[in-house]
Design a protein around this ligand. Structure first.
Ligand code: GLU
Length: 484
């Protein structure tokens, strides 16, 4: 494989849930590859059977495809370094563990569960972090052979130097140095011959030619052990990019319980996928300029590792909403209507209204689609409302002027034969002119009377046109009665 070509991988575990932190990892991983003309690889890390969830791999595929993070190699499309599902790679690790034993970088450990449990108990009781006591580290070749011949189950452990320090480099955190004495002789190969996760991911990344590893910083603590493994094999260490957690607030990580932690949660809440992807790019990454709205193509151009932050990013639903609003405004009216109509229909059951017209009134004032049902709920049924709604300082309207205005508007509207927006507009504006009053004197009370709401998509003219002549007149009469 061409060693210079940038190759990155997204290695999710199929949990049935795409946390936006994971999706952000996928995005950064993708951007690093694409920015450098490299390959983006999808590897499914499904060896933790306890976490296995039916259909979870589809959640990964569908989410990535949905947002356009298309992989160049992966379980479904194959590639030169497959298989791309970790559980299908299990057979290949034993030889690598044995290679390390031969090099003196790993060793057989025959300690049984009981001994290890006892050791852990003693260490815990004395307040020491549980670590393997290296009991089998210096067994003689004869002892090892004897145990192997006797069929005693064994694991293979990493032989961590007992002295000195290990330094690894992270592109965001810089050099990090740890005392080797704090590192455990971790298990690489289990008694069943299967690798541990910590071993498998290093070998897999090497065999797949991965040049940049982007992962959550919960893996930072394991990185020195990974570093020592690469060195033990004599393999080139990839560039590490550990990204900070996404927080709900200063103290708490954004978690499943919060209800907007996953991509699926956000889709259900009516966000646009392009807006979500744009927003999560900004969680922990700062573009060079002021501009924050980026398509995926633009992100590829703009993205730079140096813009990644060490500080945890706080998930800000208001900002996501604002960005979503910008994407919504940029939609063509047809596309907006296509998205909006199902939400309009949640409130509007009557069939005599022009849904496209309603949608067109909503586009400028919608930040997220789930706001829509509440905005149009007055169309089917006039809500109960307070007379104070008629009072508007700037329009100089109060209950008395509004009663007057409604009484004047009623006959004018009654006389319209062809109930079109244009005719309603002309009728009401002629009245305004004839009375020599401000527009709001007539339009505000009419709008309140037909909607019963403080805020509506569109004004008096549009709302009257939407709900129809009969309903409009009926609601204005109700307003007159309520104000009298
Ligand atoms: N399977 C790991 C996870 O989902 C990935 C860790 C890594 O990227 O190295 O957390």
């Amino acid at each position: 494989m061409d060693s210079k070509k940038v190759r990155t991988r997204f290695a999710p575990s199929p949990t049935g849930y795409m946390h936006i932190g994971n999706l952000r990892t996928a995005l950064f991983t993708y951007l690093i590859a694409k920015k450098n003309g490299g390959d983006f690889i999808l590897r499914i890390e499904d060896t933790d059977q306890e976490r296995y969830v039916e259909g979870a791999v589809d959640v990964i595929y569908n989410t990535l495809r949905d947002v356009g993070l298309n992989w160049d190699e992966g379980p479904d499309i194959g590639g030169p370094v497959g298989p791309y599902i970790q559980s299908e790679r299990m057979g290949m690790f034993k030889q690598y563990a044995e290679e390390l034993v031969k090099k003196g970088e790993a060793y057989y450990c025959f300690c049984d569960k009981d001994r290890l449990a006892e050791l852990r108990d003693i260490q815990q009781a004395s307040g020491i972090t549980p670590m393997y006591d290296r009991h089998c580290r210096d067994l003689s070749p004869e002892e090892i052979q004897k145990n192997l011949d006797a069929g005693i189950p064994y694991v293979i452990r990493q032989k961590i130097p007992t002295e000195g320090t290990t330094t690894f480099h992270d592109e965001i955190y810089g050099d990090i140095t740890v005392e080797n004495s704090t590192l455990d002789d971790q298990i690489l190969l289990k008694t069943d011959g299967m690798p541990t996760y910590n071993f498998a991911n290093v070998v897999d990344d090497h065999l797949m030619g991965i040049t940049h590893v982007v992962r959550g910083n919960e893996y930072l603590a394991s990185a020195p052990k990974y570093e020592l493994l690469y060195k033990a094999f004599g393999w080139e260490v990839p560039k590490y990019i550990h990204v900070e957690h996404i927080m709900k607030d200063k103290q708490h990580k954004l978690s499943k319980r919060d209800g907007d932690a996953s991509y699926q949660d956000l889709m259900q809440k009516g966000y646009l996928k392009e807006a979500v992807l744009n927003y999560i790019a900004l969680l922990g990454w700062a573009p060079k300029g002021e501009e924050e709205i980026f398509s995926l193509e633009e992100l590829i151009q703009e993205f730079d590792i140096s813009g990644l932050s060490k500080a945890p990013a706080i998930f800000d639903p208001m900002k996501l909403k604002a960005i979503n609003g910008k994407y919504i405004k940029a939609l063509s009216p047809e596309k907006f209507a296509e998205y909006a109509i199902p939400y309009i229909k949640q409130s509007v059951k009557r069939e005599d209204v022009d849904l496209d017209r309603i949608a067109s009134l909503l586009q400028a004032r919608t930040e997220v689609f789930t706001d829509i049902p509440e905005q149009v709920d007055f169309i089917d049924t006039l809500p109960q409302y307070e007379n104070s709604l008629y009072c508007h300082k700037k329009m100089k309207t109060d209950e008395t002027t509004s009663l007057e205005a409604l009484k004047q508007a009623l006959p004018v509207l009654e006389s319209i034969d062809d109930w079109t927006e244009e005719n309603i507009h002309n009728a009401l504006f002629s009245l305004v002119e004839a009375l020599g009053v401000k527009n709001g004197y007539i339009l505000w009370p009419v709008r309140v009377a037909v909607s019963g709401k403080a805020f509506t998509p569109g004004g008096a003219v549009e709302l009257c046109a939407i709900i129809g002549k009969e309903d409009s007149l009926d609601r204005i009469r109700k307003g007159i009665a309520q104000l009298s």
